[in-house]
Design a protein around this ligand. Structure first.
Ligand code: ADP
Ligand code: MG
Length: 410
């Protein structure tokens, strides 16, 4: 060990202290205990492996599914002076990275899952001192998860070849099926599970049936100050909505994976710098974007899952100040979802169907939205939060005795 943990936290990362369960997770890793950490987006998962990577002898191998995200993290780690590199299909300096790894000159090595599971990489690790395996976005290992990636399944033999190296799996999004599956797939004992609280009390949740969406969104924007994100279901819809909403007088841009990379980057940079811009985007926008003062997130259509909804709406109010999440939905969203599920591999249909049913519960409930969200993540919240549409304006059609019975039988 090179220095004590608080000193590294302060001097290298520049943080005055740990947040939430970070301390517990880092403590387990320093003690060599395998761990699955479930922490919401923005909770600071990266620190949970980056800090041990600096503190421990040897290199921490990080598996992460998206090259763009990996390179963002890599740059951030290098910026604070961590000796970090990546091995992906777009990296040209493989030989140098391998040499640095062998000679003990790396704290942190990011690899794509398809590299990590290969024989060549395993050989390389045999001649290296490894401090830790970190598996980011670990829900990708599970078919129950909303983003299954077969390459993640191939990681297990690699982990098992180095039984003395602690393994840390991290994810923001895992219902209890996915959670159990990650533990089994990655060989982490049940007592290695650490779950951070999911509640974002400063976010006010509201759900609306779609009824003239452009007008609904224009009204919403007119009543809101500060930057906001509108998630639209298709690329074409983002551009069309952006044009419509720009007529409100608010600076408005579009973002999706099909845009020219320069325009995309320019739009993202403009949003990050802006204090009042509305970004109309597909869900390609947001991963790895750290803008604390987003005041509202609106979904123009039903998201793919509660996990997705939580993560996307969670980009509002990271600064802890009041923020809003609005979800607009229509019956046709459910029809489209059913069609999409019908086209899937039968193995995956069950999980996807459960996800849509859970979303149905969220949009149709006359009771607390937050309670539904939090229960989905395995928490046991009070029946009313006082900061969602249903708590603030209880819908008249709900029969009180029926509601009471529902809670009693829950
Ligand atoms: P996640 O991967 O869980 O979404 P990140 O690791 O990207 O979160 O961290 C989110 C933000 O929180 C980053 O800006 C990071 O610098 C910040 N952060 C992480 N840990 C701390 C801490 N202990 N104190 C203050 N800020 C922190
Ligand atoms: Mg992360």
């Amino acid at each position: 060990m090179r220095a004590d943990i608080p000193t590294i936290l302060h001097d290298i990362f520049g943080f005055p202290g740990f947040r939430g369960v970070q301390e517990q997770v880092v403590g387990r890793i320093m003690a060599g205990q395998p761990t699955l950490a479930i922490m919401p987006t923005g909770a600071g998962k990266s620190l949970c492996y980056q800090l041990p990577a600096v503190a421990l002898d040897g290199c921490c191998v990080v598996v992460s599914p998206l090259i763009a995200l990996m390179h963002d993290q890599l740059r951030a780690a290098q910026a604070v002076g961590i000796r970090a590199a990546s091995l992906t299909s777009v990296d040209a300096d493989w030989r140098e990275t391998q040499d640095r790894l062998r000679s003990g000159d790396l704290d942190l090595l990011y690899v794509a899952p398809e590299r990590a599971s290969g024989e060549g990489f395993r050989n390389l690790l045999r001649s290296t001192k490894i401090a830790l395996f970190a598996i980011d976005e670990a829900h990708c290992v599970s078919e129950w998860g909303h983003d299954f990636r077969p390459d993640y399944r191939l990681l297990r033999p690699l982990l098992d070849e180095f039984p003395d190296v602690p393994r840390l799996a991290l994810t923001a999004t895992a219902d209890h099926h996915t959670r159990d599956d990650i533990l089994v797939q990655l060989g982490i004992p049940r007592d290695g599970l650490i779950i951070a609280g999911f509640d974002r009390p400063n976010i006010r949740y509201a759900v609306h049936p779609r009824d003239g969406l452009p007008r609904q969104l224009s009204d919403l924007i007119a009543g809101q100050t500060g930057p906001g994100i509108v998630y639209a279901p298709t690329r074409a819809a983002t551009e069309k909505l952006a044009e419509t909403l720009s007529r409100t007088g608010r600076p408005t841009r579009a973002y999706h994976a099909g845009l020219d990379p320069h325009i995309r980057a320019a739009n993202q940079a403009a949003f990050i710098a802006s204090e009042d811009m509305v970004m109309v985007a597909t869900i390609a926008f947001g991963m790895g974007i750290d803008k604390p003062d987003v005041r509202f997130v609106a979904h123009a259509a039903l998201p793919k899952s509660i996990e997705g909804y939580y993560q996307e709406s969670g980009r509002a109010g990271r600064d802890g100040e009041p923020a809003q999440a609005h979800l607009f939905w229509g019956a046709d969203d459910f029809a489209r979802a059913r069609q999409r599920i019908g086209e899937l591999d039968p193995l995956r249909q069950q999980g996807e169907r459960a996800r849509i049913t859970a979303l149905g519960g969220l949009v149709e409930t006359g009771t607390c939205r937050r309670a539904i969200l939090l229960r989905h993540f395995g928490e046991n919240p009070p029946p009313g939060c006082g900061n969602c549409d249903n708590c603030l304006n209880p819908p008249p059609s709900i029969d009180a005795t029926q509601t009471a019975r529902k809670f009693l039988s829950a």
